[in-house]
Design a protein around this ligand. Structure first.
Ligand code: CA
Length: 233
């Protein structure tokens, strides 16, 4: 049997937290509860959950600030976050997603809907956590051994270039904006300038060399794409 996913509920209203916890437990999850930012941080420091349900309105530090903080921290940056809130308008939804939340659910919500959102977020996150070999044309990346080869020749990449290439290869043929790359590769697009992406793309192209470097396309005004359809010279 697969392990029961741990869900950290960060919610100051105990009635709501309890209702969520009971439903999660009945549906094969392992819920833990923190009623404020400090105890939430302690929980995360102790055991990293598989997902965080984060209430926006908390006493002291808000859920929005917490989401940003956890996204900026290397330890917690990959943990999916679903924001819970009574605030339902679009500006708030966007602010929540910009802060690094994976999804957003407005109170009052049905537990059925909440469970569906949790499962969807966990499913969406899962493929990127699987390590393994990705190959596009003659370019091959092994996430387990940290090796990149082109036509069986080993290439040397820095850690950021490796992560960037891994992401682009796992989502090949699609154009990714600088903002999207910051979110997906750096985990935060609030504190890092978009120019950073250009710098690492340049380094990545250099590391890939003349031939493989051509697979990494700049799409003017849109972003970057890794493609097997690159023109050969
Ligand atoms: Ca609250």
């Amino acid at each position: 049997m697969r392990h029961a996913p741990g869900v950290l509920i960060v919610e100051d209203e105990s009635a709501i937290a309890e209702l969520i916890a009971v439903n999660l437990r009945h549906n094969g999850f392992r819920p833990t509860w923190a009623m404020d930012s400090e105890s939430a941080q302690r929980e995360i420091d102790a055991v990293l959950p598989d997902l965080i349900l984060l209430d926006w309105m908390l006493p002291g530090v808000s859920g929005l600030v917490l989401a940003k903080r956890w996204r900026a921290n290397p330890r917690s940056k990959a943990v999916p976050i679903i924001m819970l809130t009574a605030r339902g308008d679009e500006a708030d939804r966007v602010a929540g997603l910009d802060a690094g939340a994976d999804d957003y659910i407005a109170k009052p919500f049905s537990t059925k809907e909440l469970l569906a959102r949790i499962r969807a977020v966990l499913r969406r996150r899962a493929p990127e956590q699987v390590s393994g070999v990705v190959s596009i044309g003659a370019l091959s990346l092994d996430a387990a051994t940290y090796r990149v080869t082109f036509a069986n020749q080993m290439l040397k990449l820095g850690p950021t270039e490796f992560k960037l290439l891994h992401y682009l290869m796992s989502h090949a043929e699609r154009v990714h904006s600088r903002g999207q790359l910051l979110d997906k590769v750096w985990g935060d697009h609030v504190f890092i300038e978009e120019r950073t992406v250009d710098v690492h793309i340049k380094r990545l192209r250099e590391a890939l060399g003349t031939q493989a470097g051509q697979m990494l396309e700049t799409v003017r005004g849109a972003g970057y794409r890794l493609t097997a359809q690159a023109p050969t010279t």
